[in-house]
Design a protein around this ligand. Structure first.
Ligand SMILES: Nc1ncnc2c1ncn2[C@@H]1O[C@H](COP(=O)(O)OP(=O)(O)OP(=O)(O)O)[C@@H](O)[C@H]1O
Ligand code: SF4
Ligand SMILES: [Mg+2]
Length: 322
């Protein structure tokens, strides 16, 4: 199977000043992250706030540069240097849909101009009637009536605005969409409609998705492959079935327990997330892990491969054989 995205050993640090006169400290937002998204699949990145999801998304999009590591799309390599032709390819072929359907659309523009704007930015000349046809086709694809093109974002509901954002992401005929919390600002009843639309578009257009959500239920519904991030590190990765049915990392278990419909408290994971400026020694999850033992406080855990598709970074993975 061909590969849409291959991320290898990506790290991103930010120098952060804690006090006015203190020396900057290095915040390790992402540490040695690697994953593969097969073409036509969806890689779901899940983790709590601050785990590094958006940082990884921006690096894949080219909106941020990694401190180390490389991103490949097929045989196009984005490492320390990238070819200009590959950068131009990425600007067209990798598009984003972000969380905020309120902030991301210019309130002064009408929907038609918003959807077609990426074509203008790329200076692609089209005849007026060809643009109109493309606009009508895109609005139909995202389930909006053609007359919406003359409305402004303020006249639309949150779900309709997110459909506009999706149409705009599709106008340049991308191959990959980066979806960063695409439904988390929407009512739960609307979330399912937008997720189903994204699935239909993926099938119809052969798209590959990098999907980001703090909500494991959203990620499990959409993804062929899942990676669980905590403090910028992958705790566990596998196919959807590996993660949903055979989770082996204590943090994944906690996320699953917190996402059960009858969970008493969505914050079922005890304790606070440590500061990313001072991550715990040993296993970064040890301060909250019910399975932690002495070795976890001292030694970083190794990667255990549980199958050809499933790996976990833990001294004591919770496998059924254990
Ligand atoms: N430009 C920046 N400068 C300094 N620190 C940053 C910057 N961008 C991100 N960070 C820090 O990097 C860490 C990861 O942030 P990121 O936005 O990737 O997390 P996230 O998983 O997307 O969180 P959320 O669910 O809240 O969106 C956080 O501690 C954040 O404060
Ligand atoms: S290495 Fe130890 S502390 Fe970390 S998740 Fe595994 S059991 Fe818990
Ligand atoms: Mg984010």
């Amino acid at each position: 199977m061909s590969t849409a995205i291959r991320v290898t050993d990506i790290a991103r640090t930010f120098p952060v000043r804690v006090g006015l006169f203190s020396r900057p400290k290095l915040l390790r937002a992402v540490e040695d992250a690697s994953f593969v998204l097969p073409s036509g699949g969806t890689f779901g990145l899940v983790g709590e706030s601050g785990s590094g999801k958006s940082t990884l998304a921006k690096i894949v999009l080219g909106a941020d540069e990694p401190t180390r590591g490389e991103v490949r799309f097929g045989d196009r390599v984005f490492g320390k240097e990238a070819r200009d032709s590959d950068k131009r390819w990425r600007q067209r072929a990798v598009q984003a849909v972000l969380q905020d359907p309120f902030g991301s659309l210019d309130p002064q523009m009408n929907i038609g101009d918003i959807v077609l704007e990426p074509l203008r930015i790329q200076r692609r000349g089209f005849a007026r009637d060809a643009l109109e046809r493309r606009l009508d086709e895109l609005l139909a694809q995202v389930g909006l009536p053609a007359e919406f093109k003359r409305r402004r974002p303020g006249e639309l509901s949150g779900g309709q605005r997110q459909r506009v954002a999706i149409a705009r992401a599709l106008v340049l005929e991308p191959e990959i969409l980066v979806l960063d919390e695409p439904v988390s600002a929407l009512d739960v009843s609307i979330q399912a409609q937008v997720l189903n639309l994204l699935k239909d578009l993926q099938d119809a257009l052969g798209l590959s998705y990098l999907l980001i959500s703090h909500d494991l239920a959203v990620v499990a519904f959409m993804s062929s492959h899942i990676g669980v991030l905590y403090l910028g590190r992958f705790m566990e990765q596998g196919t959807r079935e590996d993660i949903v049915q055979r989770a082996a990392h204590p943090y994944t278990h906690a996320l699953i327990a917190a996402s059960e419909p009858d969970a008493l408290d969505v914050k079922a994971i005890g304790g606070e997330i440590p500061s990313p400026l001072a991550p715990p020694a040993g296993c970064v999850f040890h301060t909250r892990c019910p399975s932690a033992r002495d070795v976890c406080r001292e030694d970083a855990p190794p990667v255990h491969w549980l199958s050809a598709t499933h790996h976990v970074t833990c001294h004591f993975p919770l496998t059924s054989k254990a």
